[in-house]
Design a protein around this ligand. Structure first.
Ligand SMILES: NC(=O)c1ccc[n+]([C@@H]2O[C@H](COP(=O)([O-])OP(=O)(O)OC[C@H]3O[C@@H](n4cnc5c(N)ncnc54)[C@H](OP(=O)(O)O)[C@@H]3O)[C@@H](O)[C@H]2O)c1
Length: 301
């Protein structure tokens, strides 16, 4: 089975670790920058830190400009707004049998490949583990959690095989036809924790303040409505409890959006709160999206 990962960042690095431990020895990892390719080449792979233990995962790094043949499985682990930059590469490394597993948070990024590349070969994903990229060649698993992959209709043998390999490697990988439910649930969590921590430049515990919880409640009202319009039923109170539980168990962590803002990088707001706003219209998610855009543009600090 030929396997490639597009995007060897936080999520891609952890996926490489699980695949390698699951018995897949030959893993090609594609990067956008030559600096990342060089760093991983020098390191002879990706260093993955789990529970303070370091493991070297021997992958072969490639630039996205130098495709290395056709793969059976491709994990797409770039950020949502980077997905469009992977389309050219994808076209060169897949055939009609390749399974493409999309692992972006939110909605819009995964859909782009579904629409532009193949509705048949695209498998959706929802990542519930938390990972950090400490350096170009070093990633750390900081919050274990399941990985859901699936399609509403049709399961492929390769998809089941790869889930088995991931499980063997220690990943809590689950194949489900209810993938949209798990993606919406994850969007619910992200829609609260990410922007609130990014606006406050504060760790996740900021969500647990009275103001944080009041905002959470309003954000989730709209998330539940948006999900319903897309045929997914979410229970607002259960979702709020999940958000609180995650904010509590990760209280000192900085969300990926908070990290992006602190590092001056573009965020995934359009694919999370912005996506909800597109469905439900003006409301708190729209306002939050505007505020994050102003911060990204350096207008608001
Ligand atoms: N981190 C988490 O804990 C977590 C959890 C759940 C879901 N997610 C989601 O997973 C997705 C990835 O997040 P992440 O934190 O892993 O991001 P990340 O650490 O920033 O990694 C992104 C990687 O994509 C590469 N890349 C970008 N454009 C590319 C292209 N055109 N071709 C090849 N490689 C390309 C980058 O290459 P360079 O190294 O060259 O820049 C980088 O290695 C996001 O949608 C995020 O919301 C993340």
């Amino acid at each position: 089975m030929r396997v490639a990962i597009i995007g060897g960042g936080a999520v891609g690095g952890i996926i490489a670790y699980y695949l390698y431990r699951g018995g897949i020895n030959d893993i090609d990892v594609y990067y956008a920058s030559t600096a990342s390719v060089e760093a991983v080449r020098r390191n002879k792979g990706i260093t993955v830190i789990i529970d303070n233990n370091k493991y070297l995962v021997p992958v072969t790094p490639y630039s996205s400009l130098t495709p290395n043949g056709i793969y059976d499985i491709v994990f797409n682990c770039v950020k949502s707004h980077q997905v469009k930059t992977t389309i050219n590469l994808l076209k060169k490394i897949i055939d009609s049998k390749t399974v493409i597993i999309m692992l972006q948070n939110g909605f819009g990024g995964q859909e782009l490949v579904y629409e532009k590349i193949s509705s048949e070969r695209t498998v959706f994903g929802a990542v519930y583990f938390g990972a950090y990229r400490l350096d170009r060649h070093i990633v750390e698993l900081r919050g274990p959690g399941p990985l859901f992959i699936g399609r509403e209709k049709g399961l492929y043998p390769d998809m089941l095989e790869i889930a088995t390999r991931l499980k063997r490697g220690g990943c809590d990988a689950r194949v489900t036809s209810k993938i949209m439910f798990y993606r919406w649930l994850k969007l619910g969590v992200n829609s609260v924790i990410n922007p609130l921590t990014a606006i406050a430049r504060a760790p996740n515990r900021i969500v647990l303040t009275p103001e944080g919880l009041a905002l959470a409640s309003r954000i989730l009202d709209e998330v539940v409505l948006a999900a319903e319009k897309h045929g997914v039923s979410l229970d607002k109170n259960r979702l709020l409890r999940l958000v609180k539980r995650i904010a509590e168990s990760t209280r000192e962590n900085y969300s990926s959006m908070a990290q992006d803002i602190l590092a001056g990088r573009r965020t995934e707001i359009d694919y999370i709160n912005g996506y909800v706003a597109e469905i439900v219209g003006d409301g708190v998610n729209r306002t939050i999206t505007y505020v994050i855009h102003l911060i990204e543009a350096g207008v608001l600090s």
